[in-house]
Design a protein around this ligand. Structure first.
Ligand code: AMP
Ligand code: MN
Ligand code: MN
Ligand code: MN
Length: 290
């Protein structure tokens, strides 16, 4: 293993641009990553790869090594699970078709969310959320959250996700995303590695979580996010053990969306525990060198 692939490489392999629910352009994110000291970067927009060529070109211009990325919404055991894909061919037709199908239905879901919010007196939330959307196919709960904060319904995004848009609260609309096996297959067939994103977020029972990892690996999934903006240090430690138990590659990323909103900025995350095998050590030929 060369130095550049060591576990202490400053890698940030999870963030979002205006192509999905982030607020910055891919070029601005590349500049921010470089300025913050990131050494290996991936832009992982939800269910979309339209920003990949821009991110790759911007990373090269900044002198930043780059891995392609996306974050696919999956429904597993009735729960939304996110699968990050890294190091795939950005022009793969199968992946593009799968992501297109996954994006379909977001607009209708958003209109239903708006109708649910109207029942508790919050009117025209769809139109409000649309103001924050960079890519109309990717209208998400994040855009509704920005609208609810901007109009003073909530003080900040965490309050929105406590009071609205989640199961049992106004504005929640159940949705069927991609199947786990399909998402992992699209990533693999495009030459990439599939990674379970922020596993602590799902609040699975141990049995459900065991089923998730077992099925994920059965479909050819190979990695788990250990260090992420969504994990406490205790959770990172717990999923470091999961990585060892299931022999998974370890990934790390801030999940940066917006300067005022995200818990972690690009690069500002703790290092991966040194005994784990970092996902980038298995992706060396897929890294776009600056
Ligand atoms: P969607 O894909 O439309 O269901 O929206 C999911 C997005 O909402 C995630 O990618 C996050 O950006 C955001 N989100 C979900 N839960 C929370 C939370 N508790 N706090 C802040 N943002 C959240
Ligand atoms: Mn998001
Ligand atoms: Mn996610
Ligand atoms: Mn994310």
């Amino acid at each position: 293993m060369t130095d550049r692939l060591a576990a202490d490489l400053r890698a940030d392999l999870h963030c979002h641009s205006v192509v999905s629910d982030g607020v910055m352009q891919p070029e601005a994110l590349a500049a921010r990553a470089k300025a913050n000291g990131v050494e290996l970067w991936a832009l992982t927009d939800h269910d979309e790869v339209a920003g990949q060529h821009r991110a790759m070109a911007a990373a090269r211009a900044e002198g930043l090594d780059y891995l392609t990325g996306t974050e696919i919404s999956v429904t597993f055991a009735g729960v939304t699970v996110h699968i990050v894909g890294l190091g795939f061919d950005a022009d793969d037709a199968g992946l593009a078709a799968g992501l297109r199908a996954t994006r379909g239905g977001r607009e209708e879901r958003a209109k239903e969310m708006s109708a649910e919010l109207a029942k508790v007196g919050i009117r025209d939330a769809f139109e409000g959320a649309l103001q924050y959307v960079g890519n109309p196919e990717l209208i998400s709960r994040t855009h509704f959250a920005r609208h609810l904060v901007e109009t003073g319904v909530c003080a900040d995004t965490p309050e929105v996700f406590r009071r609205f848009l989640v199961e049992g609260k106004p504005g929640f609309v159940p949705h069927r995303w991609a199947k786990l096996g399909d998402a992992v297959g699209w990533i693999r067939d495009a030459g990439g590695i599939a990674v379970v994103a922020h596993p602590a977020r799902y609040k699975f029972t141990p049995t459900e979580e065991y089923a998730l990892f077992t099925e994920f690996i059965g479909h050819g999934g190979r990695g788990v996010e250990v260090v992420t903006g969504s994990h406490s240090s205790a959770e990172a430690q717990r999923y470091a053990e999961t990585a060892t138990e299931f022999d998974l590659l370890a990934s790390c990323g801030s999940d940066f969306h917006a300067p005022e909103e995200s818990r972690l900025d690009l690069r500002s995350l703790p290092r991966l525990p040194g005994h784990l095998t970092p996902v980038w050590s298995a992706l060396e030929p897929r890294i776009h060198r600056a």
